[in-house]
Design a protein around this ligand. Structure first.
Ligand SMILES: [Zn+2]
Length: 388
C-alpha cells in the first residue's frame, strides 16, 4: 500500500497538479497508512469510519490550478458544474465543502467521487485502490481549468467581465507554464510487426501524458498492423500501457469488445477512411476550451452542443464536431471519422482531439501538440480582441 500511496503522490507532482511534498494519501490494509505525517490526518481519518472506502487522496494544488480553483469555488453556491465531457460522464459536478470536518466532507463524498475544499485543495476517495482518488483529483483539476478559461471567454462575449474579473484572469493566465514545442524523439514507422507497434504505442502514450496533452487514465491510442488494430484498453493509463493493449482484427473475428477502448469503433472508422495507421486521442486543455467557444448568442441547441451542434465549425484548419462518448446515434464514432480525411486532426466538442499518422506516432503527436499550441494562441487572441 505504501508504494501505491507514494506512486500516486509522485504522479500528481510530476503532472504539475500538486506542489512537491503536498499530496497526502491514505490507504487502508490491515491498518490505515499515510503517505506522510500531517495535521489533517485527524479529520481525514474520521472519513474511514463514515464511508465505505479504502483510500483517500487529499492535495493542495500547484499554480495556476490553485488560484483558478479558488476563484471558481468563491463564486460557487454548493457545487461547480463544468460542461466538459470528463465531468459529464465521470464526475457530474464538483461539490464545494467549506467546513473541513468529517461530517460535511463525508456527506459530499457519499454523493460524488471527490470535492473541493476551499483554501486547502482537492479531496477524493477510492474503494479499491488509491488510483481512483488520483484519477478523480486529476479529472477535477482538468475540469476546473477548462471551466475557468471557458467561463472568462464566455463572460467577455456577454460583456459581463468586469475590471476585477479581468485583473484576476490576467494574474492566473500569467501563472501558466510556458508553451512546449520541442518534439519527443518517437520511434519511426511503419511498423510491420505487432511487438514494434506496441512498443511505439507505449512510448507515444507516455509522451502524451508527459506533455500534459491528456491526464493519465483518459485518452486512447491505436495502430494498424496488417488487418489487426492494436488499441489501448478502456480505463488504462496512457502513460502505463505495457500489457494493456488489445489486438482487434478489423473483421471482428475475435473480439476484445469487453476490454478494448470504448473508442474502438471510432478508431477503426478513421483507419478505414484515411491512409493512416496511427490514431492518437488526447484531451489537451486549450483544444477542449476552444472546441466549446461559440459566438452564437441565442443558439437553439445550447446545452446539447456536445451531442448535436448543427454548425460547420473549425479552429483554423481543424474541424470541430459534436459527438458523445460511445456508439449511439450521436456518438463521436459517427461524426469524428467522417471529418478526418484531408485534415491533421479533429476536435470533438467539449471532449478532446483526435490526430492521425500515416506511418507512426511522430506525425500524430506532432499534430496533437501543434493543434494544442494553436488553440492556446487562438484562445488568447480571442480574449485580447474581446477585451479591447
Ligand atoms: Zn476522450
Amino acid at each position: 500500500m505504501r508504494a501505491l500511496l507514494d506512486k500516486y503522490a509522485g504522479k500528481l507532482v510530476v503532472a504539475g497538479l500538486a506542489p512537491a511534498g503536498g499530496p497526502l494519501l491514505a490507504g487502508l490494509d490491515a491498518e490505515l497508512e499515510w503517505s506522510r505525517e500531517a495535521g489533517e490526518t485527524a479529520v481525514l481519518a474520521g472519513l474511514f469510519d463514515l464511508l465505505n472506502i479504502n483510500s483517500l487522496v487529499f492535495t493542495p494544488l500547484a499554480e495556476p490550478h490553485r488560484s483558478l480553483v479558488e476563484a471558481l469555488a468563491q463564486e460557487a453556491e454548493g457545487a461547480i458544474t463544468p460542461e466538459d465531457c470528463e465531468t459529464r460522464t465521470f464526475l457530474h459536478d464538483l461539490p464545494v465543502v467549506r467546513d473541513f470536518a468529517p461530517g460535511p466532507l463525508a456527506a459530499a463524498l457519499k454523493r460524488r467521487k471527490g470535492c473541493i475544499v476551499p483554501g486547502r485543495g482537492l479531496l477524493a476517495h477510492g474503494t479499491v485502490s488509491p488510483e481512483q482518488g488520483f484519477v478523480t483529483v486529476s479529472s477535477m483539476a482538468f475540469a476546473c481549468f477548462v471551466k475557468f478559461f471557458s467561463d472568462h471567454l464566455a463572460a467577455l462575449r456577454r460583456g459581463a467581465a468586469d475590471a476585477a474579473a479581468r485583473e484576476r484572469f490576467a494574474r492566473i493566465a500569467s501563472l501558466l507554464p510556458p508553451q512546449r514545442s520541442a518534439l519527443p524523439d518517437l520511434e519511426r514507422g511503419p511498423f510491420a510487426a505487432a511487438p514494434d507497434a506496441v512498443r511505439a504505442m507505449v512510448q507515444a502514450g507516455k509522451a502524451t501524458v508527459d506533455f500534459g496533452l491528456v491526464d493519465s487514465y483518459f485518452g486512447n491510442i491505436s495502430y494498424l498492423v496488417d488487418d489487426t488494430l492494436h488499441i489501448s484498453q478502456t480505463g488504462s493509463s496512457l502513460d502505463e500501457l505495457a500489457g494493456l493493449i488489445d489486438p482487434c482484427p478489423l473483421d471482428g473475428s475475435t473480439s476484445h469488445g469487453l476490454t478494448a477502448s470504448s473508442e474502438l469503433t471510432a478508431h477503426r472508422e478513421v483507419l478505414l477512411r484515411t491512409k493512416a495507421r496511427a490514431v492518437l486521442h488526447g484531451h489537451p486543455r486549450f483544444s477542449v476550451i476552444l472546441s466549446m467557444d461559440c459566438a452564437e448568442a441565442d443558439c437553439p441547441v445550447r446545452g446539447a452542443c456536445h451531442a448535436r451542434c448543427p454548425r460547420d465549425r473549425c479552429v483554423a484548419d481543424v474541424p470541430v464536431v459534436p459527438g458523445e462518448v460511445g456508439t449511439g446515434p450521436t456518438g463521436l464514432c459517427n461524426t469524428m471519422p467522417a471529418a478526418m480525411p484531408g485534415n491533421r486532426g479533429v476536435l470533438v466538442h467539449g471532449h478532446g482531439l483526435f490526430t492521425v499518422g500515416e506511418n507512426d506516432f511522430r506525425e500524430a503527436f506532432s499534430a496533437l501538440l501543434a493543434i494544442e499550441n494553436l488553440c492556446r494562441s487562438e484562445y488568447f487572441s480571442r480574449v485580447a480582441d474581446l477585451s479591447a
